[in-house]
Design a protein around this ligand. Structure first.
Ligand code: SME
Length: 159
C-alpha cells in the first residue's frame, strides 16, 4: 500500500481524526511489528494534527514508564508511576487532559515549549501497559474530541 497520508487542510479537528484514523488503521493493521506501528502512529499524528508538538509512547517496564517511539524533541526516558501527567494517567487508569501544564502539580517539563497535554492509557486486558502522550506548544489544545479519537486509536494498540 501507499505510505502517503492524505488530509484535507480545511477540515475541523473531528473531521481530521475521521480522515486520519482509517488511514492509521490501514497503515498498521497488517504489520505485526510493534515498534514499526507505534512509530508510524506518532508520525501521522505529529505531521497531520495542528498544534501537536510532541507525540510519543511510554510503555511500562518493571513498574515504570519507559520512553518508546516518538516524534518531537528529546524527552525524559523514565517516569515513575504516579509522577507527572503520564504517571498519573497510568495509575488512575484514565485519560488526563491538561489545559495548562504549569497548573498540573508534578508536571514533568521535558520541553519548556510544551504548554498543554493529553495522556491516554494503553491496556492489555485490564492491565495498563503504557500511555500515549501528546504535548502542544499552545495552551488549551486538547478537549473531548481528542479524548474520543485518541482513545479509539489506543484501543487498537496491542502491547
Ligand atoms: N510532561 C510529561 C512527561 C513526558 S514529556 O512531556 C514528553 C508528564 O508530565 O508526564
Amino acid at each position: 500500500m501507499s505510505e502517503e497520508i492524505k488530509i484535507d487542510e480545511n477540515l475541523n479537528k473531528a473531521e481530521r481524526y475521521e480522515q486520519l484514523l482509517p488511514q492509521i488503521n490501514a497503515l498498521t493493521a497488517d504489520e505485526t511489528d510493534l515498534i514499526a506501528n507505534l512509530s508510524n502512529i506518532c508520525a501521522v499524528l505529529k505531521y497531520n494534527m495542528p498544534g501537536f508538538f510532541w507525540v510519543g509512547f511510554y510503555t511500562i517496564k518493571n513498574g515504570e514508564l519507559v520512553l518508546g517511539p516518538y516524534q518531537g524533541p528529546v524527552a525524559c526516558t523514565r517516569i515513575q508511576l504516579g509522577k507527572g501527567v503520564c504517571g498519573a494517567a497510568a495509575l488512575r487508569r484514565e485519560t488526563i487532559i491538561v489545559p495548562d501544564v504549569d497548573k498540573f502539580p508534578g508536571h514533568i517539563a521535558c520541553s519548556s515549549l510544551s504548554k498543554s497535554e493529553i495522556v491516554i492509557p494503553l491496556y492489555n486486558g485490564d492491565d495498563v501497559v503504557g500511555v500515549l502522550d501528546v504535548d502542544s506548544d499552545s495552551l488549551n489544545m486538547f478537549d473531548e474530541i481528542d479524548k474520543k479519537y485518541l482513545e479509539e486509536l489506543c484501543s487498537w494498540v496491542k502491547l
